[in-house]
Design a protein around this ligand. Structure first.
Ligand code: ATP
Ligand code: MG
Length: 336
């Protein structure tokens, strides 16, 4: 049995010194990872698996709510599409935030991913265009809540999404799945369909609590349905580097996750929170904001990890080289 991640709640966080926090974080992470490492090949192994970028399926998953899954799904998908990749974003969450965040208003009469999972319509008939030519949406709907119950007794209940995507995934470089904040049948379908996962999390002590549960679920999914599933990376979101706590937590996380933690961190940025109410990814809402810049960096890091050439990264590299030639210091990750 996989050891559960146990965090002592006896000493409240606010009364902990940084040193105490660091010590207990190390203990918790060590326990979590030593159980995880034997079961789930993380990025170190996944780097060696050269998946063709054509038709790769990437799940954005964390059962913890409000950690930035949808913000990451929308904005990573948009930045990759703006860099020339053909992207399909599938909204697998009954909240349908990824759909509304891309300007698709709720319409109970329109077919959605729910109808696809129920086997009533092929996915190809449900796709919607977005403001970005290369980015297509497979919309979600609140009906998805019912799918958890309606599919409970279906024999192939965990494989519905994988089968639905099979006929269309080859038309895209990447299919991004925005998952709900639960380890339910909808998330299980995403885990069974995905090649790899990004786990967004905040640099907070309690964020670690869910990691062990997620890892043990991944282990079960790998054994039962999807042996190729790997964690592509852990992404720090809503990051505020002004606090000692965030820096301390991040340093400790980096020591343990090493290259599994994305170099790029997503800062807390009000433009990222505003963009969905305008139905736009931040790259279209305010391309010069820190939030947009961070998601472009994440897209560049993702492409580099997957050995996909990036036109935008090339352009940035060239302008950085030109500035350096003029004696200016340029710090660009990962090309600085
Ligand atoms: P859920 O688990 O409910 O699906 P989620 O993990 O998808 O939530 P989001 O919806 O992406 O999380 O984000 C939660 C809230 O935080 C949203 O209001 C979003 O606009 C805001 N938010 C996300 N990332 C940032 C950021 N980097 N800076 C500021 N606000 C952010
Ligand atoms: Mg969400």
């Amino acid at each position: 049995m996989t050891p559960r991640l146990a965090i002592s709640l006896q000493s409240p966080l606010k009364s902990m010194t940084c040193r105490q926090l660091s010590r207990s974080l190390r203990k918790v992470l060590h326990k979590s990872l030593s159980s995880a490492q034997s079961h789930v090949p993380f990025a170190s192994t996944c780097f060696q698996i050269l998946l063709s970028p054509m038709g790769k399926i990437l799940g954005i998953v964390n059962q913890k709510g409000g950690v930035g899954k949808t913000t990451t799904a929308i904005n990573l998908a948009a930045c990759l599409a703006l860099d020339g990749l053909k992207i399909l974003l599938a909204d697998c969450d009954p909240q349908a935030n990824a759909s509304s965040g891309l300007g698709v208003q709720r319409d109970d009469n329109r077919n959605s991913i729910y109808d696809v999972l129920m086997g009533d319509v092929p996915a190809a008939q449900v796709l919607l265009p977005t403001e970005i030519g290369n980015l297509t949406l497979l919309p979600g709907s609140k009906n998805l809540t019912g799918a958890n119950i309606e599919l409970a007794n279906a024999e192939d209940r965990a494989l519905r999404l994988r089968r639905a995507l099979e006929p269309i995934q080859g038309q895209y470089d990447l299919v991004v799945l925005d998952c709900p904040p639960a380890l339910d049948l909808l998330t299980l379908n995403s885990l069974a369909a995905a090649d790899s996962l990004i786990v967004p999390m905040q640099a907070e002590y309690f964020a670690l609590e869910g990691i062990s549960e997620l890892v043990s679920t991944l282990e079960r999914v790998r054994a039962a349905f999807n042996p190729k599933l790997v964690i592509e990376g852990v992404l720090l979101t809503m990051y505020d580097d002004r606090t000692n706590l965030a820096q301390q937590v991040t340093q400790t996380l980096r020591e343990f996750f090493k290259e599994r933690l994305f170099q790029t961190v997503i800062p807390r940025n009000v433009r990222l929170a505003e963009a969905p109410s305008h139905g736009k990814p931040v790259a279209l809402y305010d391309a010069r904001s820190r939030g947009a810049e961070a998601y472009f960096e994440l897209a560049a890091e993702f492409m580099e990890r997957n050995k996909i050439p990036s036109a935008r990264a090339e352009a940035r590299r060239a302008s950085a080289a030109a500035l350096q030639k003029d004696g200016k210091t340029v710090k660009l990750w990962p090309y600085g």
